[in-house]
Design a protein around this ligand. Sequence first.
Ligand code: SAM
Length: 224
Amino acid sequence: MNLISGRVFLQHAARDFRRTGAIAPSSRTLGYAMTSELGPHSLHPLRVLEVGGGTGSITEVIARRLAAGDRLDVYEIDRTFAALIRRRFRAKRRYQEAGVTIRIYNKPIESIERLPRYDFIVSCLPFTNFNANQVREIFEIYRDLLKPGGACSFYEYILVRRAAGLVRSTLERERVKSVARTVRQFTGRYCYKHNVVLRNLPPAIVYYVRFADGAVLPGSDDDV
Ligand SMILES: C[S@@+](CC[C@H](N)C(=O)[O-])C[C@H]1O[C@@H](n2cnc3c(N)ncnc32)[C@H](O)[C@@H]1O
């Protein structure tokens, strides 16, 4: 991990943990797992979306898997993080020279135009910190953004949800349970593979999902 990125990440996590959702940038091992479906057998040109780029640790792994003509869009809500990723990639001319286009958008993913234009979505959002309605809306957005046959990977930290369930506030416990239910409904229906990654702080589980054409996301009326 790059020292500057690590420091900036930690400062932001301390200031706004709800949105940052982690104490350190993802490890390279988690990055490899999140992008394992972007293998040498992918049909290029690819259009890939990363949601929640942070300081760019997974962005870097995605970029390495891309080839001439491919395009990576990164949505990052935090201005400092977005600026940091932009700087990081401006300095690396090798992607431009290789014909890979990388665009960083300092915007929330909720503001994206919902057109099916991505082959793959790498979602790094901290769902455990959101509420169930937000999580469901984001899954809907991903479904709208994926081309037919497209796939999405996302991760959750192992045990973090259980730890969050120990908090005193009943409202907070209910929120966490409701998010867990929403994620479970979603993975139960669309997940075709998962991977446990122990070499990350904290360890994580990566889910890979693909929507059946015309599928409707499961709903719930017990959101917090
Ligand atoms: C857990 S961090 C992941 C950072 C990086 N991808 C990594 O794995 O190290 C989640 C990131 O999502 C960003 N984020 C949170 N809500 C967002 C939203 N609605 N739209 C876009 N980015 C968001 C946060 O600012 C943060 O950088």
